[in-house]
Design a protein around this ligand. Structure first.
Ligand SMILES: [Zn+2]
Length: 177
């Protein structure tokens, strides 16, 4: 039915159809996200449109992608599963956006009443990206980390000790099976 990946859609029409859209979109269509990735990836997404209790046109859905970024500890690629639940209110201008409750983020329709899917998915995935991508465990860091000076490694150990979650993770990890 569609030739090539869907990139724009009419949210009003989607709401009237009461169906779910779904598809895949390559991160090569998302330049801001592609900038922070080590390699291209494919995002899978679903979207439904409807009206909320205040009769606002809203989009719900999900986007997920398994991406590869550069670990900021060892500078080797690290695989990151990104996932975001989409819950957005469709608006046509800043005024519409300013009327939304704080719990609802806006998504903007263009002058043709359409939404750019690539921008929507890119925004969601960028929000799901960790601010500092890193291997979850120091032990998973690539071989370049082992070539770092002892001093630098000690610094990372101190940073880990100060993070209670990292300590918990380490305890779990050290526990024999
Ligand atoms: Zn690493």
């Amino acid at each position: 039915m569609l030739t090539g990946p869907l990139t724009r859609f009419d949210p009003l029409r989607l709401a009237s159809q009461a169906t779910e859209l779904s598809g895949e979109l390559d991160t090569t269509r998302m330049p801001r996200l592609a900038d922070v990735l080590a390699a291209p990836a494919t995002a899978r997404w679903t979207l439904r449109a409807g009206r909320d209790e205040a009769k606002r046109l809203v989009l719900h859905g999900e986007v997920a992608a398994r991406v590869s970024a550069i670990c900021q500890r060892c500078m080797e690629p690290v695989e990151l599963p990104l996932q975001s639940d989409i819950m957005l209110a469709v608006v046509s201008d800043d005024e519409g956006a300013s009327r939304l409750p704080a719990s609802l983020d806006p998504v903007f329709m263009d002058e043709n009443g359409e939404i750019d899917l690539a921008i929507l998915l890119e925004d969601e995935l960028l929000l799901a990206m960790p601010a500092v991508p890193m291997h979850e465990n120091v032990a998973d860091c690539g071989e370049r980390a082992s070539k770092m000076s002892t001093g630098a490694l000690e610094e990372f150990d101190i940073a880990e000790r100060e993070n209670p979650f990292a300590v918990l993770k380490k305890l779990k990890q050290d526990k024999p099976d």
